[in-house]
Write a protein of this length. Structure first.
Length: 435
């Protein structure tokens, strides 16, 4: 069997052309003298018409054996049909059963009956045969492609840093330990330390799209233990505004790309991509704090989930779905973030919020060796444990900054998904390790 066409490649103009298609049996219809198979492939549906008087007995026998979700190939002729949904159908010469599906199925693949999240994830490959589920991951692929193209256009180099490390970017909290030969190591929380080290090389603009791990027992609709992180770091910046300018452009370019290239999949989801109003507002943390306190919310040195949601509603009323929050108190920020000497107690850190949730965190990094060691001590970290990282700062480190963004959250918010698990094929959280 060799497929000659996907459903998306067929049209009424191909009337009379011989083709071979393949996929899963979505539906079987038997009206006695005429039978139909609705075949599903990656891009859509193919109607196979089986008139009893025009096909072989072998084809009729094959039809009688079929079960829903069985895998078949069909070789036949394309013929115009005003009654067919696509305006064409296939009259088969040969139907080959490649794999018969067991019955009954553990879930409704048509999507007409909604299944529980656990049932869907336990049977993920079946779940992915549903149109709307499949559309999400076709669009997710476009998000990744859009991000990559945006980075290459800005002269960034793609890198891949270790996922097994001796230390965590945030210190010892929320790390997954792993036995690494005769010593202990950790799954990386982010490529933060490595991408900063690369700023001391001639690779002074780098990005990475790869897995990251957080051992946080968060049982929410917006957190995962394993996620895909989009990170970049750029050297020779004037200040953190350069980093925010770059991120804003990347977000806009990616959303425009997905909106243009993902039309068929967005139609299935009945969703459009809203392009955020630009330039994105840049609010200081103190300004945000005042706004929320006017709403009766008491804010500490950071924003909680409900704070973010409240601010998102306020900003949406002003026409902004994306906005920066900058100048956070340094107390709650990692050791590598630069403090604001002109404004003691604050830092050159920022978040990008999108539809009322934090989408990315970033800022200007501390590139001065002595000050970086001081920051570590201030955070209660032993600088000896980070000697491999600090060495890069001793021999000429330019001013630099960067961001980290969760791909699944980006996809989730842009597509209006209710649960982040809908944006990852095989999600990992504190309760799920298989499939």
């Amino acid at each position: 069997m060799k497929r000659s066409h996907y459903s998306i490649q067929l049209s009424p103009e191909m009337d009379g052309q011989r083709v071979t298609v393949a996929g899963w049996v979505y539906e079987l219809r038997d009206f006695g003298g005429i039978k139909f198979i609705i075949l599903r492939d990656k891009y859509g549906y193919i109607q196979v018409v089986i008139p009893k008087k025009k096909v072989s007995q072998e084809t009729l026998n094959c039809f009688s054996k079929l079960t829903k979700e069985s895998v078949i190939s069909v070789t036949g002729t394309v013929q115009k049909s005003e009654k067919a949904k696509n305006g064409w159908e296939i009259l088969p010469e040969k139907i080959e059963i490649l794999s018969l599906a067991e019955t009954p199925l553990p879930m409704d693949v048509s999507g007409k009956i909604e299944s529980e999240m656990d049932t869907r994830l336990d049977n993920r490959v079946l779940d992915l045969r549903q149109d709307k589920v499949r559309a999400v991951f076709m669009l997710r692929s476009l998000f990744v492609k859009g991000l990559r193209e945006a980075m290459y256009e800005r002269d960034f180099v793609e890198v891949h840093t270790p996922k097994i490390a001796a230390a965590g970017a945030e210190g010892g909290a929320s790390l997954f330990p792993v036995q690494y030969f005769d010593q202990w190591a950790f799954l990386t929380q982010s490529p933060q330390l490595y991408k900063q080290m690369l700023m001391a090389s001639t690779l002074d603009r780098v990005f990475e799209i790869g897995p990251a791990f957080r051992a946080e027992p968060s049982d929410t609709s917006r957190h995962l233990s394993e996620f895909t992180s989009f990170d970049y770091e750029m050297a020779y910046i004037t200040d953190y505004n350069d980093v925010m300018d770059t991120l804003e452009g990347i977000i806009l370019d990616t959303l425009e790309f997905v909106k243009k290239e993902g039309k068929p999949w967005l139609e299935i989801l009945e969703r459009d991509i809203e392009i955020p109003k630009s330039p994105f507002p840049r609010l200081t943390f103190e300004e945000v704090k005042s706004i929320l306190e006017e709403e009766g919310r008491k804010v500490g040195n950071d924003l909680g989930t409900e704070d973010e949601k409240a601010l998102g509603r306020i900003m949406a009323e002003k026409g902004y779905i994306a906005y920066f929050i900058k100048d956070y108190p340094e107390e709650g920020k990692p050791f590598y973030i630069m403090e604001n000497d002109e404004k003691p107690g604050y830092s050159f850190a920022f978040d990008l919020d999108y539809y009322g949730e934090e989408l990315a965190s970033g800022g200007q990094r501390e590139h001065r060796y002595d000050r970086l060691v001081e920051r570590m001590k201030k955070k209660g970290l032993n600088s000896n444990n980070f000697e491999f990282y600090l060495r890069a700062f001793k021999y000429g480190m330019p001013p630099h900054g960067g961001i980290g963004l969760g791909l699944e959250r980006f996809v989730m918010k842009a597509l209006g998904l209710k649960n982040i698990r809908d944006a990852v094929i095989f999600p990992r959280d504190q309760w799920r390790l298989v499939p």
